[in-house]
Design a protein around this ligand. Sequence first.
Ligand code: HEC
Ligand code: HEC
Length: 168
Amino acid sequence: MLLPNIKMKNKYFLTTIIILLVSFSIIIGSLTAKAMDINSNTKSVDKVLDNYKIAKEIYLENCSSCHLAIPPAVLPTETWKTILETTNNHYGVRIEGIIRFNQMLMWQYLKTYSRPLLINETEPKFIAQSRYFFALHPNVELPSPVTHNSCLDCHPKAIDFDYRTLKE
Ligand code: HEC
Ligand code: HEC
């Protein structure tokens, strides 16, 4: 019985080390990005993208199994926060298996790539209620109501999280 115990301990130890390393590199990374921001305006965008790469992958891993992964920019920061905090009742279903550390990473990613609501503005629950979604679609004739099911009609590569490529 001793051997399996030791194995378990090793596993947890390793996981802890990995988690520490990852968080450390993210912190250092974002500090570097901040420093670069001050020095140069042109390169900072790509730097930030690099630093949030892991967080974005975690987001795609956790949030694209039941529906298309929804780009952060289409909903306000507050809505993303609510979603991450209420995974036990997510639009009537339960999202299983999100560990706290990944929840934090996803929050960093979603927060960075979305905008907050104005004071006193109602928090939208659905894309169809979000003014940010409509702001990204000026003069686009959208289906009504617009849901995550309709994105693919115009964004044929949305499955690869590519919302830039449009249908010819
Ligand atoms: C277990 C399946 C499941 C997982 C995993 C899941 N969702 Fe959902 N999500 C749903 C369902 C069901 C709806 C309700 C819409 C529908 O009926 O298709 C929904 C709706 C949404 C909506 C509103 C879409 C709209 O059309 O307005 C957002 C935003 C959303 N999910 C974000 C997320 C995020 C962020 C994650 C990861 C943390 C996630 N979802 C993971 C099942 C899931
Ligand atoms: C009727 C077609 C149509 C539908 C449906 C549609 N889009 Fe779009 N989307 C567009 C067009 C066209 C643009 C480019 C608008 C512009 O730049 O003027 C765009 C732009 C975007 C952008 C900005 C892309 C970038 O990085 O420049 C995002 C993000 C986006 N759409 C997300 C979504 C999501 C999420 C859905 C589903 C909820 C959706 N769209 C549904 C046509 C559509």
